[in-house]
Design a protein around this ligand. Sequence first.
Ligand code: DGL
Length: 279
Amino acid sequence: MTDNRPIGVFDSGIGGLTVLREIWNTVPGESTIYFGDNSRAPYGTKSRSTIIRYSLQNLKFLESKDVKMIVVACNTASAYAYEELKKRTDAPVVEVVTPGADEACRATKNGRIGIIATKGTISTGVYKKAVERRAAELGMKDIEIFQQACPLFVSLAEEGWWDTEITRLTAEEYLRPLKDAGVDTLVMACTHYPLLSTVIGEVMGDGVELVNTGVATAKVVRDLLEKEGISSGDNGNPVREFYTSDEPELFEQVAAPFLGEGLPSGTRHFSTDKYEVNN
Ligand code: DGL
């Protein structure tokens, strides 16, 4: 069976593009609809109930576009809202925490894993638990996890300041404790952070593996499409649509250098806050 409907992807803003790009690379024949909730970003500093409400509203929007799968391309929304999202839709829902945790456990050699994320994701403890669970499944002993919230990284990424002096100084400040702890693997547990990976990598230095959760998530998407029998098959002409709750031109200006040839055009504005949801 094949299914040519699009995959729906959402994030608080442009961070989810790091996941979208990996989905395009991994399953190039699939159509996608991306929603960036830029006007309400950042999510990482907001309360649990707000993040769940925003996520459910974003779900309603994507469902109105008849998507066949939902990808929560935001660690904060995955950490707080994944269970709720699953309850509210019949479509398969893919989150980004579990694939990132799996990748981290496979990458580490000295068992010292760093996790950088928004305040919201860190405070749920969801990521730490996911890494511990995966390490136990893989029979790994003596895993040590070091967490650090890096709230300013999201604003720097949204601003397009991906490789600037301010970003470097900010990264040095945030990452010092993780360097001192001797981590050999660093999970960028916020989908915005891979946009800053040049600076993050240079500050951490050689020998520290950076985990981009988008890569691992895209593999989960591919496997799930196959398992559910909803791959697009031989779709030579995938459709790639973009929506933002803020200014489409601003969105495209920041997104374009990152997406390269797949750069968005014809981005449309949509505010999901018009949807009523109970949570
Ligand atoms: N990109 C998101 C994440 O992965 C959220 C960043 C934010 O809006 O605070 O957590």
